[in-house]
Structures are given as C-alpha cells and as structure tokens.
Write a protein that binds this ligand. Structure first.
Ligand SMILES: [Zn+2]
Length: 231
C-alpha cells in the first residue's frame, strides 16, 4: 500500500500524463576530450592575437551565442578524428588563418548521443569572426557539405543542449546557424580583423535551425540581424 502511495506521489510530481519534456536537468553528456594541450592553447592565444587583436593570458571566453554546425563527415569516428589533433590538417581554405586546429565544444552523433570535446568556456575554432564569444555544437552529417541529412534524434539533442547552455550561461543572447554567420558582422561580437578571411557556409541549413528554434522559443534567444540590415 505504501509503495502504491509513493508511486502515485512520484507520478503526480513528474506529471506522467504530459509528453516527456527535454529539460536541462535530464541531459546526458559524455566527455570525449580532443587533444587540448599547450600547443593548442598557445595556438588559440596566437589566433586571438592575430585575428581579434587581443592579447590574452588564457583562452577563456564569456559565451554570448550558440552556433550549430554539421561536420560534413558521415561518421562519429571520422568526425572525432578530424577534430582531435592540436594542429590544423589539410584545410587549404583556412590555412591562412593559423595552424591551430578547428574544434567545437560538443559533437552530436546521428543517434543523438552528445559528446563534450573540450571545456565549455575554452575558445574553440569553429566560426570566423565570432569564436571569442561562441559555443559550438557540431552534428555528425551534412552530406557532401550541401545536403541536410541531420536526424530527428540530433534535433532533440541540440534542443536539449541549447536549453542546458542557456540555463548555465545566462548571458547567452544568440542562437545561430553557421550558414547565417555573415549576418553577425554588424554586431559587437564580430572581431575578425582581416575582411578577406571569410568562407561561405551552408551548415546546418534553415530546416534544422527552424526545428531547433521552434522548440526553444521560451528562451528568447536572438536570431542574427536580417541580411538587409547588414552594411
Ligand atoms: Zn560549420
């Protein structure tokens, strides 16, 4: 009898009739660190100095935005292997930007499993102009780097991660897709000194951004300024 009573209380407290809600409390994050030793830390400081004109003692950022990506690599293993080394590999398109490897704070597998690759407030190299205030979430996928094949499990995990991050870092203002990043040039967070250092991006696309944004409306995160407002 006592057990039934207890069960009833638990069910009442958890609201068992409602759809399961993703909340920042029940997110599961698996730590799977990329190599982040002194070479990467010093390379990041150098990147901050040359690209953003800032001389910093450490690479800690104050997060103001969350940026969603796809890796354009079809598997977790290959995506992780790409991000793991400290030095940049074969990337002629961004080689001029420095030798520190690209990175992101989180990597979401196609089944929705969330991996944390590095400390959340270290600067990652994942988005030109905005790295110094941006937390990056990479999603395994993006066929041929031009086709949105991201899964509904990844959508759910990105929603959960955005909620988790906004709860933890309340000064986060923006939620953006990498393909929207040119529209951030007008904001105070764009720091890139070299106007010619810019690449066109298509990840993760409007459909994926809408499916995430539609489910985090209550967080009141900003979208990038409209393109017509850019000067
Ligand atoms: Zn990207």
């Amino acid at each position: 009898m006592k057990i039934i009573k207890l069960l009833a209380i638990i069910l009442a407290l958890t609201g068992c009739n409602a759809e399961p809600q993703i909340s920042s409390e029940n997110i599961i994050i698996i730590d799977k660190p990329i190599d982040f030793g002194s070479q990467r830390i010093e390379g990041t400081k150098e990147y901050i100095r040359t690209h953003y004109g800032l001389s910093v003692k450490d690479i800690t950022i104050k997060p103001k935005m969350i940026v969603l990506h796809w890796t354009a690599i079809p598997t977790l293993e290959k995506s992780f292997a790409f991000l793991k080394p400290q030095a940049l590999g074969d990337r002629p398109d961004i080689k001029s930007g420095g030798n520190v490897n690209v990175s992101a704070h989180f990597l979401v597998d196609r089944d929705g499993t969330i991996y944390r690759l590095m400390p959340e407030t270290y600067m990652a190299r994942h988005i030109i102009g905005l790295n110094y205030s941006a937390i990056g979430i990479e999603n395994v996928g993006g066929k041929n780097n031009n086709t949105d094949d991201l899964t509904s499990a990844q959508t759910k995990s990105n929603i959960a991660l955005v909620k988790y991050l906004k709860t933890k870092y309340q000064n986060i203002e923006y939620l953006i897709g990498h393909h929207e990043y040119a529209r951030m040039k007008n904001t105070q967070y764009w720091l890139e000194k070299d106007d010619s250092y810019f690449t066109q991006k298509s990840d993760p696309g409007d459909r994926f951004m809408k499916s995430v944004r539609d489910n985090v409306k209550d967080l009141h995160l900003l979208t990038p300024p409209a393109a017509k407002d850019c000067r």
